[in-house]
Design a protein around this ligand. Structure first.
Ligand SMILES: [Zn+2]
Length: 283
């Protein structure tokens, strides 16, 4: 599933090629992809004629800002991808929405498993688009996300670190891949309770979250299954993972085999020596 580095990569690459483009028409091929407005015919009618001003990201969504102030959000979820196809490119059997651009290109929302969602909302500052992200936590790469801010958010929580890092209301954009990577970098066990961290451990976790996300971004995102950039190219970050999906392989720091446990139904990878289990835990 695309996380912050993957979605940010998509947003940046679209930002270099989409601003100024007019969306001439939109074909909704799978109605449930459209979250708002309903029905899909209304979405198509309302987006048609829209001119792209810029493309950004919030949490795990690509955000397309139109010239007239309206905002289109694209949540990629499990398998969603935004592909810029040349005019006359072969149809994509997994395309759920196809935007015809006035210059002949097509922006295709491809989504094999159909969990992705697209919405079109009035501009920023007005109610609806704010609602989409209202329950999301802070952006971990924003300058305002300081170690002190992380410390104050951790202090109030008794949840396990892995569970908390996956909670989008706690911190936006981190998923299973970068949660495991960040905890290994910080030398913290996934089952540690948030409110047991020392100040030094919080600072390590803060640095580790940002370093893991930045490294993912530098590799153009991690492709395990369906993630590709707008040119259909996979990212390279999967090759640089320290623990994620490296069960049984030696830890890069100490050589012990990486172990895998399940936390909250999610596969979790860690080094049993570098990330010591909290007291009372055998995992
Ligand atoms: Zn180790």
């Amino acid at each position: 599933m695309p996380e912050l580095p993957e979605v940010e990569t998509v947003a940046r690459r679209l930002q270099s090629r989409l601003p100024g483009a007019t969306i001439a028409d939109a074909h909704v091929l799978w109605g449930r992809t459209i979250a708002y407005p309903q029905p899909p015919e209304r979405f198509s009618a309302e987006i048609s004629g829209g001119v792209v001003n810029r493309v950004g990201r919030r949490a795990k969504s690509v955000v397309v800002y139109l010239d007239d102030g309206r905002v289109m959000t694209v949540a990629l979820r499990m398998t969603g991808a935004l592909i810029l196809a040349a005019s006359g490119a072969a149809p994509d059997p997994h395309a759920r929405v196809v935007f015809d651009l006035a210059d002949g290109r097509e922006l295709r929302f491809r989504d094999a498993r159909k969990f992705g969602r697209i919405g079109l909302y009035p501009g920023r500052g007005r109610r609806r688009v704010a609602d989409v992200f209202a329950r999301h936590g802070p952006e971990p790469l924003a300058p305002s996300f300081t170690a002190a801010r992380l410390a104050s958010r951790l202090r109030r929580r008794s949840a396990r670190l892995k569970t908390l890092l996956l909670d989008q209301s706690f911190i936006a954009g981190v998923g299973n891949i970068y949660a495991d990577e960040a905890l290994w970098r910080a030398r913290l066990h996934p089952l540690r309770r948030a409110d047991t961290l020392t100040e030094a451990e919080v600072r390590r976790l803060h640095r580790a979250i940002r370093a893991s996300l930045r490294e993912g971004l530098a590799g153009g995102g991690a492709s395990y299954r369906d993630y590709v950039d707008p040119d259909g190219e996979p990212g390279l970050a999967a090759e640089r993972m320290r623990v994620y999906r490296r069960t049984g392989e030696p830890c890069f720091r100490c050589g012990r085999p990486i172990e895998r446990i399940v936390v909250g139904a999610r596969a979790t990878h860690f080094c049993p020596r570098c990330q010591p289990a909290p007291e009372g835990e055998t995992a």
